[in-house]
Design a protein around this ligand. Structure first.
Ligand SMILES: Nc1ncnc2c1ncn2[C@@H]1O[C@H](COP(=O)(O)OP(=O)(O)OP(=O)(O)O)[C@@H](O)[C@H]1O
Ligand SMILES: [Mg+2]
Length: 253
């Protein structure tokens, strides 16, 4: 087991005039196995980003524990890397230097050969010297992905990374992510609002509900392969989609 989340509770001070505390989680548990590809679907505000931030070590739970690789999570670490919707690239660095950036913090000298291999892996050969503003949104996300993967994190935490991309680009990024994570044996937790994306990418699809944030159910979507536009005709996909939507709808009151 790579990640164990045991009975965590989390609340924040509210933004209302009385500063009433807002409970996000009361008692949430979740386990991830090594090399799992887990996607999370859930209504806005149910706590998906908060859950990811707890795993990343940016937040601490009020109660309960988070254990990564047998060690309690005490803060951020290079073994758990986050990719957000905004690529977060440094505008003043070119593609190669953006990708190598994380390596500079360590005492090692930058291995430029590894950087160039990563440039190739994300299909950006020829664009090494481009600045982020000279790249499309999809290319920027690929640079962000390369910058994360070059650290060889054991776990990739992704918060709606493809939400801003058009349908075509999104599909190619999905295929690309599946391929890269299989190659690097990365465990992935991937948040999305898109039911299709959750089913196509995930081996496990978690459906979350809100107030307090909790896991309503889980779907096994290993049988569904990315099929491009034909996916809509796949009966397994359609059945999983129906169940996901049903669980999400059960939340609307
Ligand atoms: N630092 C914070 N301080 C106060 N409240 C916070 C903080 N972070 C999150 N919250 C609150 O926690 C709740 C859950 O937020 P979170 O961002 O985890 O939701 P989400 O499921 O990611 O939503 P979305 O799908 O819209 O991204 C929200 O009500 C939000 O206002
Ligand atoms: Mg969020």
């Amino acid at each position: 087991m790579i990640l164990q989340i045991e009975r965590i509770a989390k609340s924040f001070e509210g933004g209302d005039a009385q500063r009433r505390r807002k409970t996000i989680f009361e008692d949430l548990s979740l386990n991830l196995q090594e090399r799992d590809f887990v996607t999370i679907l859930g209504p806005s505000g149910c706590g998906k980003t908060t859950l990811l931030r707890l795993i990343a070590g940016f937040e601490k739970p009020d109660r309960g524990k988070l254990v990564f690789n047998g060690n309690p999570i005490k803060g951020p670490g290079p073994d758990r890397v986050v990719v957000f919707q905004q690529s977060g690239l440094y505008p003043w660095l070119d593609v190669r230097h953006n990708i190598s950036f994380g390596l500079r913090n360590s005492t090692r000298k930058v291995d430029w050969k590894a950087v160039d291999e990563m440039v190739e892996a994300v299909g950006l050969t020829g664009f090494e010297t481009y600045a982020p503003y000279e790249l499309s949104g999809g290319m920027q996300q690929r640079v962000a992905l390369a910058r994360s993967l070059i650290m060889h994190p054991q776990m990739l935490l992704m918060d709606e990374p493809f939400a801003a991309l058009d349908a075509h680009l999104r599909r190619s990024m999905q295929n690309f992510l599946i391929e890269l994570c299989a190659r690097f044996e990365t465990t992935v937790l991937f948040i999305t609002h898109d039911v299709e994306e959750a089913i196509v990418l995930g081996q496990r699809v978690l459906i979350m509900g809100s107030s307090p944030g909790r896991i309503l159910g889980e779907l096994d979507s290993r049988e569904v392969k990315p099929l491009g536009d034909d996916i809509i005709d796949d009966p397994t996909y359609r059945e999983l989609r129906r169940r996901a939507v049903q669980m999400l709808d059960s939340q609307v009151t």
